[in-house]
Design a protein around this ligand. Structure first.
Ligand code: FAD
Ligand code: NAP
Length: 338
C-alpha cells in the first residue's frame, strides 16, 4: 500500500476553526492513484469517508469515525492558449491564494478579486467561491471529477455545474463528486472589476489610477487583512451565514421599518447583507465561553480557543432564531457541518 495512514489524529490543525476533534484514520492523497487507493481502502472496510481540502469551510461537531482524506495533489499547467485567452489547469490540492498569485505573475487576468480566500483549488467550485463581485463561475472553464458512487471520472463544463450564489451541483450532492482538477479560462487582457465595495477607493488611496490585475489583488488583500480575522490567530470559517435573498416586496417592507437596511438587487429578488442584520440584532462582539461573533464583522463566528463545534453550532442556531423573529428572514449556514 502507498498510503501513509495516521491513526487517532487531532484535526485541530486541519480546520480553520481550530476545532479539536479527532479522526479515526487520516491520510494525505497526492495523486489520482492514491485517491483511488484511499477510496478502495475505506469502501472495503465500510468506513465513512470525509474529504477535506484546507478545512476553511467546515464546522466539525464530533470526532470522525472512519477515514479523513485530505486532498494534497499539486500541479499547475497551461493547457491551451488562443490569442489572449489562456486555459490554466490546477490540481485539487493546490492552495487557492498561491495559485491566484501564480496566475497573476504569469500575466493572466481573472482571479484577482478572489485573492486571499483560504482553502484549495478543488474546493473552490463546491460553493462557487465569490468575493468583491466575482465568482469562480465567471472564470470557470471545466473540471474533472470522480463519481464516488460509480468510480467513473468525467469532465463538467460550466453549464453542467449548476453554479449559483455560494452553491453548485457538487454542494447539492455533497459527498458524491470528488473534484480532481479544475480549469480556468483566463485572459491576458480582460477588464478589471473595480466597482464593488471599497476596491476603487483603496486603489485611489494608494495613488493608483490605472491599476493592473496585480494591483487589484494587492488592494483586496489589504482590505481583507484589515477586516477579517486571520484563522492562524483566531479560529473562524469566514462568513458563517449566506446573505439571504428575499422577494423584493419583503425587502421594501423591511426598508420602511429599517431605513439603514443594506440590500442589493439580485436578479428579480433582493440580497440582504446578513452581517448587517446580525449586527442590528446586537450580536456583534458577543461571546459565550470561547464561541463568539467577531467584533469587527458580525457575519464571522469565531473560536477564541477551546470552543467545540457544537457550541458554535448552537450559537449559530440562536442567531438564526433571533434574526427570523426580528426580521422574518431565514439565515442559512454557509460552512459544511460534519
Ligand atoms: P474544505 O473546508 O476543506 O471543504 C469544504 C467542502 O468541500 C467540504 O464539504 C469538503 O468535503 C468538500 N471538498 C473539499 N475538497 C474537495 C474536493 N477536491 N472534491 C470534492 N469535495 C471537496 N469563501 C468564499 O466564497 N469567499 C470568500 O471571500 C471567503 N473568504 C473566507 C475568509 C476566511 C478567513 C475563511 C476562513 C474562509 C473564507 N471563505 C470564503 C470560505 C472558504 O475559504 C472557501 O469556501 C474555500 O473554497 C474552502 O476551501 P477548503 O479547501 O478549505 O475546503
Ligand atoms: P462588505 O464589503 O462589507 O459588504 C457587505 C455585504 O454586502 C457583502 O456580503 C456583499 O455581498 C454585499 N455587497 C457589498 N457591495 C456590494 C455590491 N456592490 N453589490 C452587491 N453586493 C454587495 O463585505 P465583506 O464582509 O467585507 O466581504 C467582502 C467580500 O468578500 C464579499 O464579496 C464577501 O462575500 C467576500 N467574503 C466572503 C467570505 C465567505 O466566507 N464566504 C468571507 C469573507 C469575505 P456578497 O457577500 O454577496 O459579495
Amino acid at each position: 500500500m502507498n498510503l501513509q495512514l495516521l491513526n487517532n489524529l487531532s484535526l485541530k490543525p486541519y480546520n480553520s476553526f481550530g476545532i479539536d476533534v479527532s479522526a479515526e484514520q487520516f491520510v494525505d492523497v497526492h495523486d489520482d492513484a492514491q485517491i483511488r487507493e484511499a477510496l478502495h481502502y475505506a469502501e472495503a472496510r465500510q468506513m465513512p469517508l470525509l474529504v477535506i481540502g484546507g478545512g476553511s469551510n467546515l464546522l466539525l461537531t464530533r470526532d470522525r469515525e472512519g477515514l479523513v482524506m485530505r486532498m494534497a495533489s499539486r500541479g499547475v499547467r497551461i493547457v491551451s492558449e488562443k490569442g489572449t485567452q489562456v486555459v490554466v489547469e490546477a490540481e485539487a490540492g493546490e492552495p487557492w491564494h498561491p495559485f491566484v498569485v501564480h496566475c497573476l505573475e504569469l500575466g493572466l487576468v481573472g482571479l484577482e478579486n478572489l485573492s486571499l480566500i483560504p482553502g484549495t483549488v478543488g474546493a473552490a467550485p463546491m460553493q462557487n467561491i465569490g468575493a468583491y463581485g466575482v465568482e469562480i463561475k465567471d472564470v470557470f472553464h471545466s473540471l474533472t471529477a470522480l463519481d464516488r458512487q460509480t468510480g467513473e471520472v468525467r469532465d463538467f463544463l460550466g453549464h453542467e455545474c449548476a453554479f449559483g450564489y455560494r452553491d453548485s451541483l457538487f454542494k447539492q450532492h455533497l459527498g458524491r463528486w470528488l473534484i480532481l482538477r479544475v480549469r480556468f479560462a483566463l485572459s491576458r487582457e480582460a477588464a478589471l472589476h473595480l466597482d464593488y465595495g471599497p476596491v476603487r477607493q483603496r486603489l485611489q488611496e494608494q495613488g493608483i489610477s490605472e491599476p493592473t490585475a496585480m494591483d487589484v489583488s494587492q488592494a483586496i488583500c489589504s482590505i481583507r487583512l484589515e477586516k477579517l480575522p486571520n484563522p492562524a490567530e483566531l479560529g473562524n470559517a469566514g462568513s458563517f451565514f449566506k446573505n439571504p435573498v428575499i422577494p423584493t416586496a419583503q425587502a421594501q417592507a423591511l426598508k420602511v421599518r429599517y431605513p439603514g437596511l443594506v440590500a442589493y438587487p439580485q436578479g428579480d429578488e433582493v440580497k440582504l447583507a446578513a452581517g448587517w442584520l446580525i449586527e442590528q440584532a446586537g450580536w456583534k462582539g458577543f461571546r459565550e465561553g470561547d464561541a463568539g461573533v467577531h467584533r469587527l464583522q458580525a457575519l464571522v463566528l469565531v473560536n477564541y480557543g477551546h470552543a467545540t463545534g457544537r457550541q458554535l453550532q448552537s450559537l449559530a442556531v440562536r442567531i438564526q432564531a433571533d434574526i427570523a423573529e426580528r426580521f422574518g428572514v431565514e439565515l442559512e449556514m454557509e460552512p459544511n457541518l460534519y
